[in-house]
Design a protein around this ligand. Structure first.
Ligand SMILES: Nc1ncnc2c1ncn2[C@@H]1O[C@H](COP(=O)(O)OP(=O)(O)OP(=O)(O)O)[C@@H](O)[C@H]1O
Ligand SMILES: [Mg+2]
Length: 263
C-alpha cells in the first residue's frame, strides 16, 4: 500500500487512491492479500492493461465475446482498426498448477519471476514466431496484427479444430496442406512448431483451407533439437490421420519430404 501511494501521490490524493483500489478489487482486476494491506494484479487486470495498450498501439478498435479457452490461454473475438475480425489470445501460464514446469522452462533466465512475466514471455514468443512466418508470407498461418504484454492479436479463423472434424471430403489433401505448412515454415522461415497436433490445426471447411495455430513453443532450425522436434510434430499429424481417416502414410517418407529442399 505504501508503494502504491508513493508512486501515485503526485497524481492522486490518498483518498482517491484508496477509492480506486477498492474499485479495482471489486472488479476483480486486483486482489487483496488475505491478512495484510497489500494488493496484487490478477489475470483479468493484466488482460485489461493489454487491451488498453492494443488500443493505444492502434491494433484494436472493438472487443467482443470469449471464443475459446486453452490449457494456457483465453481467446476473445475483436475488431482491428483495419476493420477485420480478429482473435485476441491472452497467454496464461500458471493458470493451473500442472503447468508450473512449463512455466519454469519459459521463465528460465528470469529468476524468481511470477506468472505475469512467464505469460508475457510466452505471448512474446508467439508474436515473434507469427511475425517471422508472416514476413515470409507462408500460407496456412494466421495473419498477425500485433501484440502487447501477454496478448497476441491474430486473424480470426472461421473453422473447426482438426481434432473435432467429423468428416473430410479429401483427408489426404488436408494432410498435405498441413505438411506443406510445416515444410514452408522450416525452409522459408527457419522455424519448427514444437507442439503440433490435431489440437493446433484449424480447418476452414468452407474453403477447405487449414491453418496451424499456437506457436509459442517454436524452435529455430539451427537448434540442435530441431530434427527431433520436427519428427515428433509430423508424427502426431501422421498418427491422427491414420487413426481417424485411415490415411496410409509413412512417417519416414513424410519426414524426408519435408526435409527435401524445394528447388
Ligand atoms: N485465430 C483463431 N481463430 C479462431 N479460433 C482460434 C484462433 N486461434 C485459436 N483459436 C481457438 O482457441 C483454441 C485455443 O488456442 P491455442 O491452441 O492457440 O491456445 P492454447 O492455450 O495453447 O491451447 P492448448 O494448450 O489447449 O493447445 C483453439 O483450439 C481454437 O479453437
Ligand atoms: Mg493449442
Amino acid at each position: 500500500m505504501e508503494l502504491i501511494v508513493n508512486r501515485l501521490n503526485r497524481k492522486f490524493t490518498q483518498k482517491e487512491i484508496v477509492a480506486r483500489i477498492q474499485k479495482l478489487t471489486k472488479l476483480k482486476l486486483i486482489e487483496r492479500h488475505p491478512t495484510s494491506e497489500a494488493y496484487r494484479l490478477r489475470f483479468l487486470g493484466l488482460d485489461c492493461l493489454a487491451i488498453h495498450r492494443l488500443v493505444l498501439k492502434n491494433v484494436l478498435s472493438a472487443f467482443g465475446d470469449k471464443i475459446g479457452e486453452g490449457k494456457e490461454s483465453e481467446l476473445y473475438q475483436a475488431i482491428s482498426t483495419s476493420n477485420s475480425l480478429v482473435a485476441v489470445k491472452f497467454h496464461k501460464i500458471g493458470k493451473e498448477f500442472r503447468n508450473v514446469s512449463k512455466a519454469r522452462s519459459y521463465g528460465e533466465n528470469l529468476g524468481g519471476s511470477t506468472w505475469v512475466i512467464r505469460s508475457i514471455v510466452s505471448g512474446r514468443r508467439e508474436a515473434e514466431a507469427l511475425s517471422i512466418l508472416n514476413k515470409f508470407d507462408i500460407q496456412g498461418i494466421p495473419k498477425f496484427y500485433g501484440n502487447a504484454l501477454h496478448s497476441v492479436v491474430i486473424e480470426y479463423i472461421d473453422g473447426v479444430n482438426l481434432f473435432e472434424v467429423k468428416d473430410l471430403e479429401d483427408p489426404a489433401e488436408i494432410f498435405y496442406q498441413i505438411v506443406d505448412i510445416v515444410k514452408n515454415a522450416y525452409w522459408k522461415a527457419g522455424l519448427v512448431h514444437g507442439d503440433l497436433s490435431e489440437y493446433n490445426v484449424i480447418v476452414d471447411i468452407d474453403n477447405g483451407k487449414s491453418y496451424i495455430i499456437d506457436w509459442p513453443q517454436y524452435i529455430t532450425t539451427v537448434d540442435p533439437r530441431a530434427l527431433e522436434v520436427l519428427r515428433k510434430d509430423l508424427q502426431h499429424i501422421v498418427s491422427f490421420f491414420k487413426k481417424k481417416f485411415r490415411l496410409d502414410v509413412d512417417l519416414d517418407e513424410v519426414f524426408k519430404y519435408v526435409l527435401e529442399k524445394r528447388q
